[in-house]
Design a protein around this ligand. Structure first.
Ligand code: HEM
Length: 496
């Protein structure tokens, strides 16, 4: 009798497997390069996946299939295909894949950026857009940006007097971190007990999330590999440090109820009011998950964007001269530079756009996952396929951009393409439902800082170096920074 059960079970499972295989065979999947058994195309990613993938897309087209271990992915690399994914079929393509270490660090996906597309995400994203990232809130926090930029300018004056080199990668990260800590956590980092913990938390989290995680691609054995490489224990260590950091920041708020205007105060209010998000009630873990998004989303991005703008300006003296002339003409000896001043600075806006085109900070955005079977461009894309939108490839497509490798802000004079999610040719903030909600906040700091840097100071390269020697190579991580630090000497001017 029991043998009969075994045979029936065997026939049942075998027929499911055969049916699945048959279905897969009849699917019209996007084309892609040949794959190796088990690892698929992982060996072809290289140290800069956005670049290697772009090369394959030139051969296989705007929608291309790749396999990474057990994961099936589709890479999107033209504006038309990006429009399909981010607009026409956005609702089917806007979930996120389960990433093992992101899940741990976000308190079980209780955040916005890594949460799958579900009722919780829809509610929390709505809350964030209405409460945390509104234009009004960005405005109300301008005094923080102005204070921090002013003390950065003081630091630059001292460096200029001593003719010291300033490491932009490092110093702009500090500036951006100080702003986010005040805006998000209500703490003044400088000289505080949390300063060292903060460095450990930020760097550690970026490293854990930027590392290759075998667990995401190979069931069972992947976790073992991560355990051997030390990623697992590193993640646990970083998680503990981060959790302790959040607890200390939250305690400061609970001890002093007069702290009202930052993100923690707002999130604690939602906890107290027992706000409902979908089927869930807003808890401390949600507060911490969202704080993590603010740390990750807010610090590296703005700092790296400013470093890239300065890098391209130094490498292109003609553009630097032109943008400084514009700023000095518009600001005209006004000492209190404000964020509104960006309005009159048309050329600076073009410089920033061109920087985002040539160096999108997240070249493959954040991976998406289909939540239904979907047909795009005549191809079948099954449920649970990962989708990478290769913004880097789109930004360098020679059919859209003439001389795509060259830094030419003037290309945007006639061309009205913008980065606010409506033009699929330029996607530094992504697009569709998952588009970056912190764009206004990030850009406010980028604008104010750049106006100050370019209005008040001239900039010299280190002794013996010329503009043509400036290295514009990027390295790969969760955000793509300049590979070698940008080091410049500030020079006092009559506008300082
Ligand atoms: C120059 C600055 C910034 C750039 C270039 C940038 C870029 C991006 C990109 C490319 C995405 C992925 C979009 C997608 O998957 O389609 C994203 C998502 C996100 N960003 Fe930003 N970002 C910036 C600033 C900020 C700031 C200041 C915050 C918060 C304080 C923030 C919070 C987020 C969050 C929470 C998400 C996830 C959205 C979701 O999945 O629903 N970002 N950002």
């Amino acid at each position: 009798m029991s043998l009969l059960y075994v045979i029936v079970a065997f026939v049942f499972f075998a027929s499911i497997l055969i049916a699945r295989k048959a279905k897969k065979k009849t699917l019209n999947l996007p084309p892609g390069p040949p794959k190796l058994p088990i690892i698929g195309n992982l060996h072809q990613l290289g140290s800069q996946p956005h670049r290697s993938i772009s090369k394959f897309s030139e051969k296989y087209g705007s929608l291309m299939s790749l396999n990474f271990g057990k994961v099936c992915t589709v890479v999107v690399s033209t504006p038309e295909a990006a429009r399909d994914v981010l607009k026409t079929f956005d609702v089917d393509c806007c979930s996120r894949p389960y990433l093992t270490y992101a899940a741990r660090i976000t308190y079980g996906l209780n955040d916005i950026a890594f949460s799958p597309y579900n009722k919780y995400w829809r509610e929390v994203r709505k809350m964030a857009v209405v409460e945390l990232f509104t234009g009004k809130r960005v405005q109300s926090l301008r005094h923080v940006r102005e204070d921090e930029v002013a003390s950065f300018v003081d630091f630059l004056k001292q460096s200029a007097s001593a003719e010291n080199l300033v490491n932009f990668n490092q110093k702009l990260m500090k500036l951006s971190g100080s702003v986010i800590c005040r805006v998000g956590f209500g703490i003044n980092l400088k000289g505080s007990k949390l300063e060292n913990t903060y460095d450990e938390v930020i760097q550690g989290t970026m490293e854990v999330l930027g590392n290759f995680a075998a667990a995401d691609y190979f069931p069972v054995i992947g976790r073992f590999i991560d355990w051997i490489t030390g990623l697992h224990s590193k993640c646990e260590k970083v998680f503990k440090a981060m959790d302790a950091f959040f607890d200390q920041c939250i305690k400061l708020h609970l001890d002093d109820e007069s702290i009202k205007d930052d993100f923690i105060a707002l999130l604690l209010k939602l906890e107290r009011e027992e706000t409902e998000l979908g089927e869930f009630q807003f808890t401390r873990n949600h507060t911490k998950g969202i704080l993590l998004d603010v740390l990750l989303g807010g610090i590296d991005t703005a700092a790296t964007a400013m470093t890239w703008v300065m890098t391209h300006l130094i490498a292109n003296p003609r553009v630097l001269k032109k943008v400084q002339a514009e700023i000095r003409e518009v600001i005209k000896n006004k000492d209190d530079i404000t964020e509104e001043d960006i309005e009159g600075l048309e050329y600076l806006k073009l410089v920033i756009k061109e920087t985002f085109r040539i160096n999108p900070l997240l070249p493959l955005l954040i991976p998406r996952e289909t939540s239904n079977d979907v047909k795009i461009g005549g191809y079948d894309i099954p449920k649970k396929t990962w989708i990478h939108v290769n913004a880097w490839a789109i930004h360098r497509n020679p059919n859209i951009w003439k001389d795509p490798e060259v830094f030419i802000p003037e290309r945007f004079i006639e061309n009205k393409i913008d980065y606010k999610g409506l033009n699929f040719e330029l996607l530094p903030f992504g697009g569709g439902r998952r588009m970056c909600p912190g764009m206004g906040m990030g850009m406010a700091l980028v604008h104010l800082t750049l106006i100050n840097l370019l209005y008040r100071f001239d900039w010299n390269l280190p002794e013996g170096m010329e503009a043509k020697d400036v290295d514009v190579e990027e390295s790969y991580g969760i955000v793509c920074p300049k590979k070698t630090p940008l080091e410049l000497i500030p020079v006092i001017t009559k506008w300082t």
